[in-house]
Each structure stands twice: as C-alpha cells, then as structure tokens.
Design a binder for this molecule. Structure first.
Ligand code: GAL
Ligand code: CA
Length: 325
C-alpha cells in the first residue's frame, strides 16, 4: 500500500515537472528586428509557436549587446521556460549561457553561432542554424557557372574573374565563411578569382549601395566582372548603384552578375526582372520551426527534438531566377 502511494506520488511529480506545450513560455531575443532575413525568421517562429500552442515573446536587441543583455534578464525575471537567442555579438554568448544555467532554463541560439566551447559549458545549450560555408560555396558556384557559360562575362579576356566582395558584419560566421568559400568555389571551378575591392556593409542595403557607388566610380563598371555579396540586401544595394549607371537594366552589353544569399522576396523579384543573377535559399522557415520545436521539447523536459548533439543544421539551396537548382 505504502509502496503504491510512493509510486503514485513520484508519478504525479514527474508529470507535474513535465509542462504541456500550452504552458510553455518562450522568450526570444533577436539581434535586430530591422533585418529582412530575421523578419522571415521571426514570422516562422511565431507560426510554429502558434501551431504547438506555446507562447512566444520577441525582443528587439536593436543591434546593441547591452540592450539584449537586459532583455535576457527581463525574460528570466518574467519566468520564461526557455530562451531562444540570436546574439548581437556571438562572442557574448557565454554570459547568456551562464545566466540561463543559473536560472535552470534551456537556451537555443539561432543564426549567430556561439563557439563549441561555450555550448559545452551547459548541457541545455543548443544551436540551430545553417552551415555558412555551404552558402558561400553555392554562391561562388553560381558565379562560376555563369562565367563559364558566358564568355562575354570575361570583359578583359584574361580568363580570370575580377570581382567585388560585399561582406556582412565583422566577426559573424556567415561573413567570414561565405566570403572565404565563395571565392574558394570560383577557384575550384578552375577560374582564378581577382578581388578588385571588398568592404564590410553590415548586411545593409543602403550601406552596400554607397560602397558600391564608390567602387563603380574608382574602378569603372566596365572593369567589374561580378559582385559577390554575403546576403541579398547588400546584393540589392549593389544593384541599385549599378542601375544608376544604366547597368543591369536589361541591356546585355551593360550587365554585371550579382549574387547574394537568403532568397528574400525582393531578391527573387530582382532575379525575375533579370537584374540579379542568383541567390542561395537561407531557410528561415526550416530554422525558425526547428528552433521552436527544440525549445518547446527542452522546456517540457522531453529531450532535444531534432538535435544531433548540440546542433540542428538546416541546409541551404541554390536559387536562380526563382527556380531551385
Ligand atoms: C544571415 C543572413 C543575413 C542577416 C544575418 C543576421 O544568415 O544571411 O541576411 O540576416 O544572418 O545575423
Ligand atoms: Ca577577367
């Protein structure tokens, strides 16, 4: 009798500790709301939370790490069951991990990767993202195959690819690895890449437009054979600058292939109009829903749904003129 009672009590305790999805409160910190790709990501997380019946609250870090740190504190004080964090500075992830650990709640990082060492310090810390090198390689391959299929693209007929590189934020794994692997892929394809100029444009369209404008003026558009941008927004900024010089407006004599990454709607539109060569799909829906599913299953103490060790990797896909390759 007593044994039965104890077993029953233990069962009740175990069930009590195991929250239902509709009891799960997620606190999600986004590095900056005003980012076209992260907007898609946020929408995907909201849709998945709704589907699972979990509550999600999103905070805008406004590209400021101390603002985000306060938001993490506020979520914890508010009693969220799990955190999803898109860190402003991924190297600041350790202090966020420490806070989650002290509070005893799981933390799922997205889009900006903490180091393996950081994730290893807490058994309930995970990362959901896409392999940056993959997108770099695929963007580089798009340029290389265009260059090979269009002999006129080699404007100075030296067999090499004279290109401009527009880079995302400093220190971001997507900036470092996309830059490296896109150029690597051009080499792999048997074409010697020559970087005419490169600059950080912080994922931003306007910044990229201004920088590209300067490059067009100093280098001359007739000497540029490709623009490789770490994301679509910067690719679109470059295209704006080119269009102002009557490039990429439909005249095949005045065209420079431009590639980005993300496959945002505005980039697909530019591709349909023939202004942009291609992009690589950064699967916001896949990453957003995987992050929320993982967060909810961790909060319910039901294991790490979908994770392989500390990670969930969502693949990239090449996109040319709206068609997946
Ligand atoms: C990248 C994406 C960029 C930007 C950045 C923010 O994965 O391609 O457009 O959103 O994340 O961290
Ligand atoms: Ca050339």
């Amino acid at each position: 009798m007593r044994k039965v009672l104890i077993v029953t009590l233990m069962l009740m305790l175990a069930l009590g500790a195991c929250a239902h999805a509709d009891d799960v409160k997620i606190g999600a910190c986004i590095y900056r709301f005003n980012d076209a790709f992260m907007l898609r990501f946020r929408q995907a997380m909201q849709a998945e939370s709704e589907k699972l019946g979990a509550k999600i609250e999103l905070a805008d870090g406004q590209d400021n790490q101390s603002t985000q740190d306060e938001q993490v504190d506020a979520f914890i004080a508010d009693g969220v069951n799990v955190l999803i964090v898109n860190p402003v500075d991924r190297m600041s992830s350790q202090s966020i991990i420490d806070k989650a650990k002290t509070a005893g709640i799981p933390v799922v990082f997205i889009n900006r990767e903490p180091t393996e060492e950081m994730l290893a310090t807490y058994d309930k810390a995970y990362y959901v993202g896409a392999k940056a090198e993959e997108s770099g390689t695929e963007a580089g391959e798009l340029v290389a195959s265009y260059f090979k299929a269009h002999p006129e693209a080699d404007k100075n007929k030296d067999g090499k690819l004279q290109f401009i590189l527009l880079k995302g934020q400093n220190g971001h794994q997507d900036m470092i690895l996309r830059s490296k692997y896109s150029v690597e892929a051009v080499k792999e394809a048997g074409i010697e890449p020559v970087e005419l100029a490169g600059a950080i444009a912080n994922w931003d369209k306007l910044e990229a437009m201004k920088i590209m404008n300067g490059f067009i003026m100093s280098i001359g558009p007739e000497n540029i054979e490709a623009v490789i941008a770490n994301n679509d927004e910067m690719a679109l900024g470059a295209i704006e600058a080119l269009k102002a010089q009557d490039y990429n407006t439909g005249n095949p004599e005045a065209y420079i292939p431009v590639v980005g990454v993300d496959a945002n709607a505005s980039a697909l539109e530019a591709m349909d109009k023939g202004e942009m060569l291609g992009t690589v799909l950064n699967d916001a829906d896949g990453q957003g829903s995987a992050a929320v599913k993982l967060a909810v299953s961790l909060a319910k103490n039901a294991g790490a749904e979908g994770a392989d060790g500390k990670y969930i990797w969502v693949p990239y896909q090449k996109v040319v003129r709206g068609e997946k390759q």
